[in-house]
Design a protein around this ligand. Structure first.
Ligand code: MSP
Length: 500
């Protein structure tokens, strides 16, 4: 059977400094989706990478007094190390200063020229190097986004034609893509309201750290034009066709709200001009705030994900971010809440539930094993609706609700233990009843592991291991834990303990 194909992309991060929690946040949206789709049987492509070109990067390397190539390599390594540590399972990683990528960008320039999609004209306005963003008509010299002083700009560049038809098409698409994230649309409205010509420049003159245009060696790719193409260039030619030329593949792109203009206006225009298909949807998310401001290196309010992951572990951080994740607004990270989450959810709810069930099961095993219980009967039918709801939350990408669903299941499971009191059944030698209860609890625990799988894959694996289960993707959520697999239960330890 031919598998359905899915592509998810995370933004290509500027490697002008080390990664922080905000970067991890963006990548987690993509990783969760990639893992979920894989469980659903899709062939999954997950693209992420490093945005290594442009003035901002060059300036940062000069400030650090390191050669620019060495600088980007060093910082890219830091990002890659974080992705490994955080269990981000991308399938493709693009580095925009690589030869392959540059070659692809040059081919795209050539195609645009051959198809007469370019105009060579004057570019006048103000440029924010930090955002690598152009502001054509503004009397204010401070960048509207990052508030830094902008540079005056006047030079001749290549512009991508953006005629009225294409504009209308893009405006219509934006409405479709933005149905859920209305709060973020002003940036886009401004773009269409502000300027008379909507053509946008895709090159820079004499920009020394960038991809040179083959047919005009004074011009270099504008860093956004170059970086966006990374979503395609990193795939091999067969994959490019399977994904970007094929409407059957589902494509979801994850972006932060400040980079909407580039992704929802420039990018689709480029795709249409270059004869590629458009993505199905964008997931636009808000920021992680610390002390009420966007977490960023410049503000100096960054938190290193490496430190927290090393102290707790990747899955705890993944779960916490999932619990606060919101694609409609900004969220605040504060350490006190994080610790509270660790104690109440991770230790009290999750770890305890797991420990109680497996220890009881081990203890009662000799009596349980003697029972004749029909293994094939489903013990968790009553949860079908609940699981269906969980899947619906994936469709709407409501991560906080996905988390809440798991939390609720654990709460109910813990209550069920307290209510059914298996220890009393054992004492009263009601072995048949005890076996049924234990099997029910074990199956709930297995479902917890199933539901946790895309969010906290290592915890999920540890639970499967203690249940002697193998993960079978095709009938996830459906397979029962069977009596015979209990004969050899793992020696049990707490998944997590208090006092970190
Ligand atoms: N290089 C461009 C993207 C090019 S994609 C072809 C860029 N890089 S970035 O490093 O500045 O940002 C990358 C992503 O990280 C964005 O989606 C951005 O929203 C996200 N975040 C950076 N700081 C963030 C927070 N404090 N909170 C949440 N996400 C944040 O833009």
């Amino acid at each position: 059977m031919i598998k359905k194909t899915f592509l998810v992309t995370a933004p290509l991060y500027y490697v002008n400094s080390s990664p922080h929690l905000g970067h991890l946040y963006s990548s987690l949206f993509a990783d969760f989706l990639a893992r979920y789709k894989k469980m659903q049987g899709y062939q999954v492509f997950f693209v992420m990478g490093a945005d290594q070109n442009g003035q901002k990067i060059l300036n940062a390397s000069q400030d650090a007094n390191i050669g620019v190539k060495k600088f980007v390599d060093k910082n890219t390594t830091k990002f890659k190390e974080l992705w490994k540590l955080a269990n981000i399972g991308y399938t493709h990683f693009v580095e925009t200063s690589s030869f392959n990528h540059a070659h692809f960008v040059q081919l795209m320039f050539q195609k645009l020229k051959d198809d007469q999609q370019l105009d060579y004209k004057n570019y006048v306005g103000l440029y924010c190097v930090h955002c690598e963003n152009f502001h054509p008509q503004t009397s204010n010299t401070k960048c509207p986004l990052c508030k830094r002083e902008m540079k005056k700009f006047l030079e001749e560049n290549y512009f991508l034609k953006f005629n009225l038809n294409a504009q209308k098409q893009i405006q219509k698409l934006i409405l479709q893509w933005q149905k859920k994230e209305k709060t973020f649309t002003n940036q886009l409205k401004d773009f269409f309201a502000q300027r008379s010509s909507k053509d946008f420049s895709i090159t820079r003159k004499n920009s020394p750290w960038g991809i040179m245009v083959d047919y005009d060696q004074n011009q270099f790719a504008y860093v956004w034009f170059d970086a966006l193409l990374g979503y395609i260039s990193v795939l091999n030619p067969q994959e490019q066709t399977l994904i970007w030329k094929n409407s059957k593949t589902e494509i979801i792109q994850i972006i932060g709200k400040e980079i909407m203009k580039f992704h929802l206006i420039y990018w689709p225009t480029m795709l249409m001009r270059l004869d590629y298909r458009l993505p199905n949807d964008f997931l636009v998310h808000g920021w992680i705030l610390k002390n009420q401001t966007k977490m960023s290196k410049t503000t100096g309010n960054t938190i290193s994900p490496v430190k927290i992951i090393n102290k707790f572990d990747a899955d705890v951080v993944r779960l916490y971010l999932c619990s606060i994740m919101n694609s409609d607004s900004d969220v605040t990270f504060n350490t006190r809440d994080f610790y509270k989450f660790y104690e109440s959810f991770v230790v009290d709810n999750l770890s305890n539930f797991h420990f109680r069930i497996i220890t009881m099961c081990k203890k009662y095993l000799p009596d349980i094993q003697k029972q004749k219980i029909e293994d094939s009967q489903s013990l968790t039918n009553f949860m079908d609706e609940f699981i269906e709801e969980y899947h619906q939350f994936w469709v709407t990408k409501s991560f906080t609700k996905i988390f809440k669903q798991i939390d609720t299941l654990l709460n109910n499971g813990n209550q069920m233990i307290n209510h059914e009191e298996p220890w009393k059944m054992h004492k009263q030698k009601k072995y048949n009843e005890l076996t049924m209860t234990m099997l029910k609890l074990l199956n709930i625990l297995k479902i917890v592991a199933d539901l946790l799988n895309p969010i906290a894959p290592s915890i999920s694996k540890r639970i499967y291991a203690s249940l002697n289960c193998r993960i079978i993707h095709s009938n996830f959520y459906k397979t029962n834990v069977k009596l015979q697999q209990l004969s050899d239960l793992e020696k049990i330890t707490y998944l997590y303990e208090k006092e970190k």
